[in-house]
Design a protein around this ligand. Structure first.
Ligand SMILES: C[S@@+](CC[C@H](N)C(=O)[O-])C[C@H]1O[C@@H](n2cnc3c(N)ncnc32)[C@H](O)[C@@H]1O
Length: 276
């Protein structure tokens, strides 16, 4: 590619993101550029589009084409008890604080298909804390939320969840929390009832109310530095003093402008506590 080609491609991507924002209100303009470009390249191949201009032309007129495109932007890879060390750090370092509160709210921002929120509900149930908790699970992907609300996952994927649950210090068997049926695992209704799933866009929507804990794992990696700052500020505003913020494995508060407003509870598990 010549420098001219690169410059032209960059302009076209800007126009494409602007078109999405103007037409549908979804703002991907501050997402990490390299990740977006990889996704767009794959989309062009899969849809046999010859150019970004062709994509713009189609998405402006065809809503379903646009929805297909955003499934490429919202990567909903997730798992039950993903990163067991995170859940074991929660058990040891966060639940003792939650136990002192009569009632608490937890927001899973960017929950994808819901496994992260169900893992939290299971953890809380193990510690007899579920009846004091309200869990909110939000995402920009309606299709991911629909799976989360349904709470049915292939048994195949649950196997790894069972191993990770035990690694995280789980005391029961994960099978205690679902009904197996025709190769699927259906999460038990009392766990489903503890979680409210809803659409929420971290870029354009406001605070989701005052929370005692916010879990936003493996979402900020898709944002550029300026957007990360904006979202971290939103989390700071949405947390009660003494509340907890949990980020993903490769994410950190380090170098952010809110860093000095939090205490590090566990740097490896990326758990922080809002200073009082
Ligand atoms: C890789 S998944 C992370 C899922 C889960 N938190 C975990 O760590 O397993 C990233 C999720 O972030 C969501 N996401 C991306 N941009 C978002 C935004 N602006 N607002 C809310 N969710 C967003 C995607 O739709 C996707 O479901």
């Amino acid at each position: 590619m010549t420098t001219d080609d690169i410059e032209i491609a960059n302009i076209e991507i800007d126009l494409l993101l602007e078109a999405i924002y103007k037409r549908y209100g979804y703002d991907f303009r501050s997402y990490s550029r390299s990740s977006l470009e990889r996704r767009l390249t794959q989309f062009l191949i899969d849809k046999q589009c010859g150019s970004y201009s062709e994509v713009i032309n189609r998405l402006l007129r065809d809503r379903s084409f646009f929805y297909e495109l955003i499934t490429y932007f919202s990567i909903s890879v997730t798992a039950l008890f993903r990163d067991p060390f995170f859940y074991s750090a929660l058990r040891d370092k966060v639940l003792p604080f939650l136990k002192t509160w009569p009632y608490f709210k937890i927001w899973h921002a960017g929950c994808a298909t819901g496994e992260e929120a169900y893992s939290m509900a299971i953890l809380l149930n193990d510690e007899q804390l579920l009846n004091r908790a309200m869990l909110y699970a939000t995402d920009i992907s309606q299709s991911a939320l629909t799976i989360g609300k349904t709470g049915v996952y292939p048994l195949e994927t649950i196997k790894m969840g069972s191993i990770n649950y035990l690694k995280s210090g789980g005391s029961a068997s994960l099978s205690h929390y679902y009904h197996a049926n025709y190769g699927n695992a259906a999460i038990k209704p009392y766990l489903k009832k503890s979680i409210t799933f809803s659409l929420h866009n971290l870029v354009t929507d406001k605070s989701f109310g005052e929370m005692q804990m916010i879990v936003c794992r493996n979402v900020l990696i898709y944002f550029n530095d300026q957007l990360k700052e904006q979202v971290l500020q939103l989390f700071w505003e949405s947390l009660e003093y003494g509340g907890f913020l949990c980020l993903g494995d490769t994410e950190s508060l380090m170098f952010s402008s809110v860093a000095d407003k939090f205490i590090t509870v566990d740097e490896h598990a990326k758990i922080y506590k809002k200073k009082i």
